[in-house]
Design a protein around this ligand. Structure first.
Ligand code: HEC
Length: 184
C-alpha cells in the first residue's frame, strides 16, 4: 500500500478540530441543556423542601440556583439565563425583547391556548437563541411564588427587597429559560 503523508496529515487535523455544529445539533443542545437545568433545579428543590422545609429550600435557591445554572451552561458550552418579567432575583430580569416574547406567551396562557414547547430565534449564522417557557406546574412552586405569608414572606423580602415573584397560581407563566448557542 502506498503512503500519502500529506493526506494523512490532513485527515488527522480535520478529525482533531471539532467541526461546527449544524442547526439541528444546536437545537438539540438547547433542549438538552434546558431539560437538564429543569431536572437539576427541580430535583434539588424537592430534596431541600423534604429535608429542610420551605425556609431551607429558599436559602438553597438563593445560594445555588445561579451557580447550578452556570455549571450546566459551562458543561454544555452555552450561556443560560432564567428570565422573568416579575423577577425575584434582579439578575433574572427580562430585557425588552424578552418582555415581548413573555407577553406573547402570557396572552396564550390567559386565553387557554397551549404554549409552544420552545422558540428558536436565529441571531446570526453562528448563533441561535433557544427559549423555553417555565410554567407554575407544581403546587410546591406556590410555597414561594403564590400568596406567601409569615416568616417565609419576610425572609424573601429580606433577601430580595424588590421581589415581584409572588401571587402566582397553578398554570401561570412564571418566566422562561433563555439559552445562547454558538455554532462552534
Ligand atoms: C423554597 C422557595 C422556592 C420554591 C418552592 C420555588 N422557587 Fe422559584 N425562586 C426562588 C428564589 C429564592 C428565586 C431567586 C433565586 C434564583 O433562582 O435566582 C427563585 C427564582 C425563580 C425563577 C427565576 C426568575 C426570578 O424570578 O428570579 C424562576 C423561573 C422560578 N423561580 C420558577 C419556579 C418554579 C417553576 C417553581 C416550582 C417548580 C419554583 N420556582 C419554586 C424560590 C423558590
Amino acid at each position: 500500500m502506498r503512503h500519502f503523508p500529506l493526506l494523512s496529515l490532513f485527515l488527522t487535523s480535520t478529525l482533531l478540530t471539532a467541526s461546527p455544529l449544524s442547526e439541528e445539533q444546536m437545537v438539540t443542545k438547547g433542549s438538552e441543556a434546558s431539560a437538564l437545568l429543569l431536572q437539576k433545579l427541580g430535583g434539588e428543590l424537592k430534596n431541600q423542601m423534604q429535608t429542610n422545609g420551605s425556609m431551607g429550600a429558599l436559602h438553597f435557591c438563593s445560594q445555588n440556583a445561579l451557580t447550578l445554572t452556570e455549571q450546566i451552561a459551562k458543561e454544555s458550552k452555552t450561556s443560560i439565563k432564567r428570565i422573568s418579567i416579575n423577577n425575584r432575583n434582579p439578575v433574572n430580569k427580562a430585557n425588552k425583547d424578552e418582555i415581548a416574547l413573555l407577553n406573547e406567551w402570557d396572552k396564550l396562557v390567559k386565553n387557554g391556548q397551549p404554549l409552544p414547547a420552545q422558540k428558536l430565534v436565529k441571531v446570526s449564522d453562528s448563533t441561535i437563541m433557544y427559549y423555553k417557557p417555565i410554567v407554575i406546574n407544581n403546587e410546591a412552586c406556590l410555597k414561594c411564588h403564590g400568596n406567601v405569608e409569615g416568616a417565609l414572606a419576610k425572609a424573601i423580602h429580606t433577601t430580595y427587597p424588590e421581589d415581584k415573584a409572588t401571587g402566582y397560581k397553578m398554570g401561570d407563566l412564571r418566566g422562561m429559560i433563555a439559552i445562547t448557542i454558538k455554532r462552534d
